[in-house]
Design a protein around this ligand. Structure first.
Ligand code: NAD
Ligand code: HJL
Length: 223
């Protein structure tokens, strides 16, 4: 068993979540409210190491009333600095890392109340992460990027709902919503996307697309 997985992000018209310099502030105030309402609705928010390093996010609920989710970082090499805001104790934080992680850093973070879970030899299987979160009674999680982490989950059919806000910008380069080896055509994907809704954002210049993902039978993960 695994939690239900939402993937939420803001993209430019050319599908980028960040520019080539790492700039990623795309959401308008209402879109950020939507993001925070989603954080309040889930048990955990998951991010990858680059997003943690580049954005230094808090991952708390601030723009709406609600409970903070557990903050989850996936960092195979445990290369993030220990000074990040997600280690500030304002909400629980779990790191999933591998046996490659430096022991001193693990000890330092554990000493500061961060849960460090060693899972895997080098690459971390996102299915293992989800299974472990489910064992901790987490039934709904939000994947908040970045592109590489999104690919790791999506490519294994581990995303149930995709909520993408198209913002009126173009980067022409940078980080895509999904950053992976890619698919050669529209057939050879492990999933299909079913459009659920198209909404104009309250700010008036953004479009919010919601898709349900259906895993093609032969790719269904047995978790
Ligand atoms: N606009 C948006 O909505 C939005 C949202 C989130 C992030 N971003 C942007 O995305 C950019 C970062 O994206 P990215 O694709 O470079 O990186 P990322 O944040 O997805 O982090 C990738 C890293 O996470 C670790 N990781 C992830 N999955 C792993 C696994 N299965 N096993 C081991 N390690 C794993 C690895 O260190 C990997 O290099 C940032 O610039 C950020 O600002 C934008
Ligand atoms: N939906 C969305 N729109 C954006 O414009 C943007 N930059 C992100 N990015 C997600 C990423 O995880 C960010 O780092 C956190 O949105 C910052 O979170 P905090 O405010 O520090 O809690 N997500």
């Amino acid at each position: 068993m695994r939690p239900y997985v939402y993937l939420m992000a803001a993209v430019t018209v050319d599908g980028r979540i960040a520019s080539r310099t790492g700039y990623s502030r795309l959401s308008c105030p209402h879109d950020l409210k939507r993001l925070h309402a989603m954080r309040a609705n889930v048990d955990a928010v998951i991010i990858g190491a680059n997003t943690a390093i580049v954005d230094n996010p808090r991952l708390t609920v601030r723009y709406v009333e609600g409970r903070n989710p557990v903050r989850v970082l996936i960092d195979g090499a445990l290369r993030v600095p220990t000074t990040l805001r997600i280690f500030d104790n304002s909400a629980p934080t779990i790191i999933y890392t591998s046996r490659r992680a430096p022991l001193e850093k693990i000890e330092e973070l554990r000493g500061r109340g961060v849960e460090v879970v060693i899972i895997g030899e080098e690459k971390i299987d996102p299915g293992d992460v989800l299974r472990d979160l489910y064992r901790r009674n987490m039934k709904k999680v939000l994947l908040e990027g970045g592109g590489r982490t999104n690919w790791e989950f999506l490519n294994r059919c581990l995303v149930d709902e995709l909520i993408v806000t198209i913002t009126p910008y173009v980067f022409g380069n940078g980080v895509s919503l999904i950053e992976g080896e890619g698919y050669p055509n529209t057939e050879e994907t492990p999933f299909v996307l079913e459009l659920v809704s198209v909404k104009l954002c309250e700010c008036g210049r953004e479009i919010v697309l919601t898709y349900r993902l259906r895993c093609k039978n032969k790719f269904t993960q047995n978790i």
